[in-house]
Design a protein around this ligand. Structure first.
Ligand SMILES: C[S@@+](CC[C@H](N)C(=O)[O-])C[C@H]1O[C@@H](n2cnc3c(N)ncnc32)[C@H](O)[C@@H]1O
Length: 511
């Protein structure tokens, strides 16, 4: 099996469950298209229905699968079955399917699960011609992202080329694919009239850890509706939530969002992402029991101490691991693009350490490092050196805001899996952490958060938190009492001080 073909044949029991789930809607289809039929498991289940469709068309790239599927079809005579051995992308589905029957159309199946990076996009031929998609808004953003899935192309192709048939399209796909298609359909006014997402147990069926679903979409000429009821499995009749578009963006729980929509606005402070260097083996260090620094290659490191900073990563932040951190990170620049050659003079030990590991930096794949001074970092600026911060992990699905203070008078750095607001006093960090951790704010975040996303918390989401609206709804006394707990936690680490609290949010932000 070629990885490029995203070939996971759907187990017959899952196919049966999918067909039953679709039938339970009461809708009947006289024609069916299976866009990548493989060994024909869907075709077989359809032909076994008490009232099978009158005509089935299928497409499959691999000839051995086409033969197997054709053999299955030959056992049934009541339905006209046509299987084409073609690359789906080479067909124009509005023209190249010669239907004999008329009547409602169902598109069903399980298109390949392959991402850009698995395809090695440049070399792969298992992709549509770019020109066929160029009229879509945002297509470059979609196809340019590294986790772009060819199932997304297939969805767009089916919706666009078959829209005139007003079909039901129901395909097994990753939930991330379903969401991208919904957002993309909204951005491009595609004629979706209703949709649903039914989660499937991927571990059980495919031994895969990824979240996937049966994504069903009705295409029609009625009023477009970019909402999908989310069901926990293929059978349940009660949706768990509804994902929908609000303010142009997909929200995870429309009901919760509507209740808390007042929080949706502009954060008065700028969220920053932690530092990025893509050279963890050299840049990230750890102290041993004797207080010596080691890198991940096991080497003992002696560099000028002013270039190393305490480091917290997303897991440390999430679990609120001690800020008296055992991790450290080398910081080569004070601001983006700063000349690093001066390190030769001002930090010769660091320079010789870095140059000894030049290869590691040279191997960094990301184009952002191209043409930049050697050993460059990203996510670096005056804000990185703020003594206090409010940080959050971008990778965890439970939002936990943490107030962070200096360690041994050194500001703590966060890595690029974290986001933070730079703060300049313990009061500011404590106060902001308290506002951000209030249930109003957390519930708003939950309404936006897709827990199966690689990065459930994003800068874009954090930047939408209108803190003033949250602040106005918190009783000041209870805010202060919680902020005091945060303050004490922050300051007992350094010295015992008494907090001087601001009397308003505006005053806090000015500090
Ligand atoms: C995930 S498997 C599913 C097969 C079948 N639909 C099922 O559910 O059992 C995806 C299938 O897509 C086929 N495939 C991959 N790229 C294709 C393309 N460009 N055109 C047609 N079929 C393709 C693979 O050979 C494979 O059989």
């Amino acid at each position: 099996m070629s990885k490029e073909l995203g070939d996971f044949q759907t187990p017959p029991a899952l196919v049966t469950a999918v067909i039953e789930s679709l039938n339970s809607t009461g809708k009947k289809w006289s024609r069916v298209l299976e866009p990548a039929c493989g060994r024909g498991n869907f075709i077989k289940a359809l032909l076994n229905l008490p009232i099978p469709p009158r005509e089935i068309h299928a497409i499959e790239l691999q000839s051995n699968y086409v033969k197997i599927a054709e053999k299955i079809a030959a056992e049934y005579s009541s339905t006209r079955v046509l299987i084409q051995q073609r690359k789906l992308f080479d067909l124009d589905l509005s023209r190249d399917l010669q239907w004999r029957e008329t009547g409602s159309l169902l598109v069903v199946g399980n298109p390949p699960w392959v991402t850009n990076s698995q395809l090695g996009i440049e070399g792969s031929t298992n992709l549509p011609k770019k020109t066929n998609l160029k009229n879509f808004r945002g297509i470059d953003a979609l196809t340019g992202s590294s986790n772009f899935d060819i199932a997304e192309y297939i969805w767009l192709k089916l919706i666009r080329e078959l829209a005139f048939e007003e079909p039901t399209i129901a395909l097994l796909c990753k939930t991330t694919v379903a969401r991208k298609v919904l957002q993309f359909a909204y951005d491009n006014d595609l004629p979706i009239t209703s949709a649903s997402i039914r989660i499937i147990d991927t571990k059980k069926w495919f031994g895969a850890a990824v979240s996937a679903c049966l994504f069903s979409v009705e295409i029609g000429s009625g009023k477009p509706h970019y909402e999908a009821a989310v069901y926990q499995n293929l059978y349940t009749t009660e949706p768990e939530s509804t994902i929908s578009i609000a303010g142009g963006q997909l929200v995870a729980d429309l009901k919760a969002y509507n209740r808390l929509a007042f929080v949706d606005g502009v954060c008065p402070l700028t969220w920053r992402q932690g530092i990025k260097h893509d050279a963890a083996s050299v840049m990230e260090l750890a102290y041993d029991k004797l207080g010596c620094l080691h890198n991940k290659l096991g080497e003992t490191i002696i560099v000028e101490p002013e270039y190393t900073y305490p480091l917290l990563k997303s897991t440390d932040l999430f679990h609120q691991l001690s800020v008296i951190t055992e991790k450290a990170v080398i910081v080569t620049q004070k601001h983006l693009g700063e000349n690093t050659y001066q390190l030769q003079q001002v930090a010769p030990k660091l320079w010789s350490y870095l140059t000894a590991h030049f290869d590691t930096f040279d191997r960094r794949k990301s184009s952002i490092y191209r043409g930049k001074p050697p050993f460059s970092m990203f996510g670096i600026g005056e804000y990185s050196f703020a003594p206090y911060k409010v940080g959050i992990s971008g990778l965890h699905k439970t939002p936990k805001f943490r107030a962070i203070g200096p360690v041994n008078c050194r500001p703590v750095m966060l890595d690029d899996t974290c986001y933070f607001i730079p703060c300049y006093s313990p009061e500011q960090a404590a106060f902001l952490t308290t506002i951000l951790s209030h249930p109003i704010c957390l519930d708003f975040i939950y309404s936006q958060l897709f827990s199966d996303a690689k990065r459930p918390i994003t800068k874009k989401l954090l930047q939408r938190l209108n803190l003033k609206e949250v602040y106005d709804r918190i009783e000041f006394k209870s805010l202060l009492s919680q902020a005091n707990i945060e303050f004490e936690r922050l300051t007992t680490i350094t010295s015992k001080q008494k907090a001087i609290w601001p009397s308003s949010l505006e005053e806090l932000l000015e500090r």
